[in-house]
Design a binder for this molecule. Structure first.
Ligand code: FEO
Length: 166
């Protein structure tokens, strides 16, 4: 039996992952319009990963017979000054998601809900991977001296994003 405050946190997370999927989908759409096909591919694939995250929590709640409410999803940011701003926005978003996941871990542990605690551990590892991924991308930009300006380094970053493992 999942306690109501844990059920609420899980429901919030379903909606947050849905929103995250839209954030990345919108980033992909923005990249397409900038002629950044590599970034568009990267963000599009990441959007689908977020959808999988949503499904995982959805399935866990369904298994535990916890009611699920899909809320109205806010509009994702649609315009960015340049590719570095877009990458930074994605990274900042991941940090917010990490904080939400850690809170579920903390609350479920304190509530002695070890089933949810065990379930959410996968997401803790996943958030770590995502933060490492964005650190790697930002490091690559630093190596290139890329700050978002058009030119050869933008072309290289776009190609890098097309092929980066995530
Ligand atoms: Fe599902 Fe990138 O957090």
């Amino acid at each position: 039996m999942i306690q109501s405050h844990i059920a609420q946190l899980l429901n919030d997370q379903v909606n947050a992952e849905f929103y995250a999927s839209n954030v990345y989908l919108q980033l992909s759409a923005w990249s397409e319009c900038q002629g950044l096909e590599g970034a568009a591919k990267f963000f599009r694939e990441h959007s689908m990963e977020e959808r999988i995250h949503m499904d995982k929590i959805f399935d866990y709640m369904a298994e535990c017979s916890v009611p699920i409410t899909i809320e109205q999803i806010p509009k994702a940011p649609a315009t960015f000054g340049n590719l570095m701003e877009a990458i930074q926005a994605a990274y900042d978003h991941e940090l917010k998601v990490t904080a939400m996941i850690k809170n579920i871990a903390k609350q479920s542990f304190e509530a002695e809900d070890y089933t949810t605690f065990n379930f959410i551990e996968w997401f803790i590892a996943e958030q770590h991977e995502e933060e490492v991924l964005f650190d790697k991308i930002i490091d690559k930009a630093k190596v290139l001296g890329f700050k978002g300006e058009p030119g050869q380094s933008l072309y290289i970053m776009d190609n890098y994003l097309a092929n980066v493992q995530h």
